[in-house]
Design a protein. Structure first.
Length: 445
């Protein structure tokens, strides 16, 4: 199969799979909080259910990393699609039955399981495939282009979900389940293991393999100071972003003083466009002399300021623009972080290290959803934005430390080739030519 594949075909398949996945997932993103409130949960319980989702990602990142690195990236992706479809249906059943927080929390944990099967697997499939066919594209650009594809998919999905939710908040969940069923069929046809050889794994071997993968994640990920620092910064970002995204639904309706669900759909779609703008910033800067850490620090600082602004303002338009700025900053940081992680990690450890990074970020998400949810329940949603934005600024000094230890891997586009001429000022690493290509981001599946 490898000999029949080309870099362009692998990239096209990757963009298709990432885009369709994001479209299906994003159908509920503009109505999820409103759906849970309508199902009978209060605002604090809504974020506890979301915290359970993040907890699920913490619990299952290592086990699902074992699946991706043994049975294969394709199986991991298909399991993700299947579990997300089933848990989406269970959300509908729980709402119809008037179930309480405990049931929604359990289902959310398994939604987290579904997402962990996705995280890292599709990216690793892409990178392994490109290496197998001799393609050596700039990963920063690959991931930025892919996030643009996913951003467009999110734009369509969130607008569709918002308008469908205006009719009935349950309809986006129904359409999402059907879309995931279609995606399962498409993925079976497009996704084949390229550049990676799956190996069988008996049930009795799973605990030992989990211990091995955890050790790999700790040694190859957390054990490298540069990776450890970028993971910590991701956890600090995770404290705020997931909560901020879902808190915007009731908060913006409160500022708007209207029960207009379709407006929230448009706002959420605007978030996807903002991430595309952020991705494009990476595209532009990566063609010039720059460091990854510079972009990450700037994005973190801008995001923190904008987050606090959302909480301080009482004007709908200012709050919306500030949320768009937060999303654009995310659009800058995600592909740069992904490229750094993949560049410094060997192929056989790649899915495990990426999953370990996602687990650390999810730990921040658990604390953020529960903690900021408690703040918003006891005080107000605006107070949650102020506190969350202030916490996220702590990523800046962490990234400044990362800048000192990252070395040539801090260079956008990869380490400088020996003997190549540099047009950068003295003291800055030269950026090699970055060419085009794809990825995806996600908030809650």
């Amino acid at each position: 199969m490898v000999t029949e594949m080309t870099g362009k075909r692998i990239i096209a398949s990757y963009m298709t799979l990432a885009g369709l996945y994001t479209f299906a997932a994003s159908l509920i993103w503009s109505v999820n909080t409103l759906f849970l409130l309508d199902a009978g949960l209060d605002i604090g319980e809504v974020f506890l259910a979301n915290a359970a989702f993040s907890l699920g990602m913490v619990l299952f990142e290592i086990p699902t990393g074992v699946v991706a690195d043994t049975l294969g990236r394709r199986i991991s992706y298909l399991l993700s699609v299947t579990i997300l479809g089933l848990t989406t249906v269970l959300y509908l059943v729980a709402a119809e039955a008037g179930a309480g927080l405990a049931v929604f929390a359990i289902v959310s944990i398994f939604m987290g399981l579904g997402f962990t099967f996705y995280s890292g697997a599709l990216e690793a499939w892409l990178v392994d495939g490109l290496h197998a066919v001799g393609e050596h594209e700039g990963l920063d650009s690959v991931f930025a282009r892919g996030q643009q594809v996913s951003g467009v998919a999110m734009f369509v999905g969130t607008i569709s979900g918002g308008f469908l939710g205006q009719i009935d908040l349950a309809i986006p969940f129904v359409v999402r389940s059907v879309s995931l069923g279609v995606l399962f069929v498409v993925a079976q046809r497009l996704m084949h293991e390229i550049g990676f050889t799956p190996r069988s794994l008996a049930i009795r071997e799973v605990p030992a393999e989990m211990r091995h993968q955890a050790a790999v994640g700790i040694k190859s990920g957390w054990g490298q100071r540069g990776l450890r620092l970028i993971m910590i910064s991701g956890a600090l970002r995770g404290v705020f972003f997931g909560w901020a995204f879902y808190a915007a639904q009731p908060y913006f309706l409160e500022l708007l003083e209207k029960d207009a669900v379709w407006v929230i759909g448009l706002v959420t779609a605007g978030v996807s466009l903002s991430t595309i703008v952020g991705n494009q910033i990476v595209e532009v800067v990566s063609r010039r002399c720059a460091r990854r850490s510079t972009m990450l620090i700037a994005a973190s600082l801008v995001s923190a300021i904008a987050g606090v602004t959302i909480g301080l303002t009482s004007t709908f338009a200012v709050a919306v623009v500030s949320l768009f700025v937060v999303a654009a900053a995310m659009g800058v940081s995600m592909p740069v972080r992904q490229a750094y992680l993949h560049q410094v990690t060997a192929s056989e450890q790649r899915a495990t290290v990426v999953s370990f990074d996602a687990m650390v970020t999810s730990i921040g998400g658990v604390g953020g959803q529960a903690g900021l949810g408690a703040v918003s329940s006891a005080r107000s949603l605006s107070a949650g934005y102020i506190v969350g934005g202030a916490i996220s600024v702590l990523a800046v000094p962490v990234l400044m430390l990362m800048r000192k230890v990252a070395g040539p891997d801090d260079q956008l586009g990869g380490p400088t080739d020996a003997g190549a001429e540099s047009s950068c000022p003295a003291g800055l690493p030269r950026v090699t030519g970055v060419e085009s290509v794809p990825v995806s981001a996600l908030t809650k599946t």
